[in-house]
Design a binder for this molecule. Structure first.
Ligand SMILES: *Cc1c(COP(=O)(O)O)cnc(C)c1O
Length: 470
């Protein structure tokens, strides 16, 4: 049986549904400033209507989109607005959003350059621009992936194969069973997904030698182990709680002396290198061999956009190259540099975002978010809230009293809806993470959010803001 709608290509119908989507998208965006950040419980409950039996007959596209927007829109989290401080989530820049629409419209498979010359061209240029902005070594190349988790895994695959090849073992073709031992070193405060990535690439989550960290969660260079043979050292630019970066220079020097590969997880923190005012925080990061970062965090492009960068493109090409007669090398082929074969044209969106910001626009975005995070922390501190970290980047961690009180205040903030921030445990204490990562966040958003936090804290028994009951 054929669907009655199949195979139709009606220009009027297409125009109708695309115009409708554009109108609904604009309505959604213009509603961001006035709405709750977290969806209401009722809106989430209404999602149940989407869970129905799939009918044999199809529906008009415009009808599908109208329903989706009506039911789905209110159940979104307004992380694209100015008062979302959860996780490390950016907002989508206008040029990036529009480019993303074009990417879907063009429907380019980006596996091979011959499949999409435009995607290949934009990807190569975007990677070059990013390497320049982050002051990475000339010749740095890389691959677009879904996020920093996969970027870590991608870089660590290249690292694994290279250090084992140096030891006379071909891990790509022969696997890890029977391979020489690889010493893997990472900071005690490395991101959870770094350990996950090590597990994915067969190096194990738990056999990692963990380096001690300072009060801000940064590796200092103390406690480096005895190491000989294949060595991979994983460092971090931007602790997900404190924003602190490891001290790259001494550790990279140590690794170099031992022929090791140094990988840096810089999901958001690597962008400090794009700001003249913050660059010193990641001094020496350029000396590493590979870097994982995200576009969808601080660069404010849509999900899912991560980037695996390597100093030596040949190492990545060795690991990710694949051959089949119908998949010829046709230029700069994404599939021969990345774990994916078929893939979205993420480089096109990145190209558009970087063009719209310009080099100093990227620096301004980074700097503004850092200043706003400090402003938020200062306002809260002035109101009697305890700031648990040294606010050097776009991250602040605050506590409202003892652990149960802090959790109660965070729950009240989330329920209130004027802003959104999430909980964490930092140095043995419960805290609220504040991450300022959105181009849309204004000084007014920060001041209104800080005032709301103080007001809510006062209403929670035990909450330590000035004016609270003791
Ligand atoms: C967010 C983050 C990751 C994971 O990134 P995804 O894009 O969510 O995969 C890894 N490391 C650090 C330091 C992060 O902040």
């Amino acid at each position: 049986m054929t669907n009655s709608r199949q195979g139709r290509d009606d220009a009027a119908e297409l125009g109708e549904v695309l115009s409708l989507a554009s109108r609904l998208a604009q309505e959604h965006l213009s509603g961001l400033a006035g709405r709750r950040v977290a969806p209401s419980a009722e809106a989430v409950e209404l999602l149940g209507v989407l869970d129905r039996e799939l009918q044999p007959e199809g529906r008009e596209p415009a009808d599908v989109i109208s329903e989706l927007a009506a039911v789905g829109g209110p159940a979104t989290v307004a992380m694209n607005g100015g008062r979302y401080f959860g996780f490390v989530n950016g907002a989508t820049l206008p040029a990036a959003l529009a480019a993303d629409w074009l990417v879907s419209t063009w429907d380019q498979n980006t596996a091979l350059a011959v499949m999409s010359p435009v995607a290949a061209a934009c990807e190569a240029t975007a990677i070059r621009w990013i390497a320049e902005l982050l002051e990475l070594p000339p010749g740095t190349d890389g691959a677009f992936v879904t996020g920093a988790t996969m970027a870590n895994a991608t870089c660590l695959c290249a690292a694994r194969d290279r250090v084992l090849l140096d030891a006379g073992w071909d891990a790509r073709d022969d696997g890890l069973i029977g391979a020489p031992e690889v010493t893997v070193v990472a900071g005690e405060e490395a991101h959870a997904t770094l350990f996950k990535s090590l597990g994915i690439v067969g190096l194990g989550r738990d056999r990692v030698v963990r380096l001690p960290v300072d009060a801000e969660g940064a590796v200092t260079g103390e406690g480096l182990p005895e190491a000989s043979g294949p060595l991979i050292v994983c460092l971090q630019a931007g602790n997900v709680n404190s924003g602190a970066s490891d001290r790259f220079e001494p550790v990279i020097r140590w690794a170099r002396e031992r022929g090791g590969w140094v990988h840096v997880d810089g999901a958001f923190g690597l962008w400090a290198a794009a700001s003249p005012a913050r660059r010193h925080l990641v001094a020496g990061v350029q000396e590493a061999d590979s870097w994982a970062t995200d576009g969808h965090k601080w660069l404010n492009v849509p999900y899912d956009s991560g980037l695996a960068l390597v100093r030596d493109r040949a190492a990545l090409a060795h690991t990710m190259g694949s051959d089949a007669a119908y998949l010829p090398e046709s230029g700069r082929d994404a599939m021969h540099m990345s774990p994916q074969s078929s893939q979205r044209a993420r480089g096109v969106v990145m190209w558009a975002a970087l063009q719209s910001l310009g080099g100093s626009g990227v620096a301004d975005l980074v700097e503004r978010c850092c200043e706003l995070a400090a402003r938020f922390a200062d306002r809260l501190a002035a109101g009697g809230v305890e700031v648990l970290n040294d606010v050097v980047l776009n991250q602040a961690v605050v506590a409202f009293g003892d652990d149960p009180t802090t959790d109660a205040v965070i729950a009240a903030i989330q329920a209130d809806g004027r802003l959104w921030a999430g909980p964490t445990t930092w140095r043995g204490r419960r805290g609220m993470r504040i991450s300022v990562s959105s181009w849309r966040t204004t000084t007014a958003d920060i001041d209104a959010s800080a005032a709301a936090v103080l007001e809510i804290t006062e209403m929670v028994p035990g909450g330590c803001a000035d004016g609270a009951e003791p």
